[in-house]
Write a protein that binds this ligand. Structure first.
Ligand code: ATP
Length: 229
């Protein structure tokens, strides 16, 4: 579903990506871990079509990101909601942008609001939500159109345990239905819960891939990630 080969990106003097390659199959959850500045967000932004690589290629379901329509769902690292819009209006907006029809949109909103424990907040403006409620809303905007590829960039940063579990359960469910997932986090416990494969990024490239058990043995200290919350 996702095929990224040899991506490079330089910001002035900083080589943010230096030959970053990653493939993720339909139904697979790939946990992308690595130290601050390893290039995870730059990679996610490139897959979402927000950034173009200097060199290298990205294909999502066989086409470049900017040619996909509705195939990708993104939960960005930094919360980006429209403060005056309600939770329901956000879900309607993102659903419509992805081509969902009114009836499908209504049932998706109901299902997702229940799964993400947002039912009581649907009519509340984003600017009045707590941090955790904003996180859940942000994740829901990524999920509303049932994308084939889900990009979740530290989706549980600052989230309480209940929010975290709701999110992990929905991600597992969507992968079970065939979505490919790229999930960046600093919490390996989440990746164990998701039964994710793991890709370790360091200095702009993926330096190791495997299961969490395989990768926790023998990694250099520099790329070890925090394993407890
Ligand atoms: P974190 O875990 O802290 O979120 P990350 O692995 O997501 O880190 P990136 O945000 O992709 O890392 O950053 C990779 C490198 O590129 C870093 O050295 C960062 O300082 C640099 N960088 C990222 N965005 C820009 C930008 N817009 N301009 C200049 N440098 C940038």
């Amino acid at each position: 579903m996702l095929e990224a080969v040899d991506l490079t990106k330089k910001y002035d003097e900083v080589q943010a990506l230096a030959g970053f390659s990653l493939t993720v199959a339909a139904g697979e959850i790939c946990g992308l871990v690595g130290h601050n500045g390893a290039g995870k967000t730059t990679f996610v932004d490139m897959v979402s079509g927000l950034l173009r690589p200097d060199t290298g290629t990205v294909l999502v379901d066989g086409v470049p990101p900017h040619e996909t329509r509705g195939a990708i769902g993104i939960s960005p690292q930094h919360i980006a909601l429209y403060r005056p819009l309600t939770v329901r209006e956000h879900l309607e907006l993102y659903g419509r942008l992805s081509g969902l029809r009114r009836k499908a949109l209504k049932s998706e909103i109901e299902e997702l609001a229940t799964a993400m424990q947002l039912t009581g907040f649907l009519e509340r403006r984003a600017g009045l939500l707590s941090g955790g409620q904003q996180r859940r809303t942000q994740a829901a905007t990524a999920l509303i159109h049932r994308p084939k590829l889900l990009l979740m960039d530290e989706p549980t940063a600052g989230a309480d345990p209940e929010t975290r579990q709701a999110l992990l359960d929905v991600v597992k469910q969507r992968a079970g239905e065939g979505a490919a997932v790229v999930y960046t986090t600093h919490y390996l416990t989440e990746l164990a819960d998701l039964k994710a494969s793991i890709a370790v990024a360091s200095h702009g490239k993926v330096i190791a891939r495997g299961s969490s058990a395989e990768l926790l043995d023998g990694l250099p200290g520099e790329v070890r990630v925090r394993t407890t919350d």
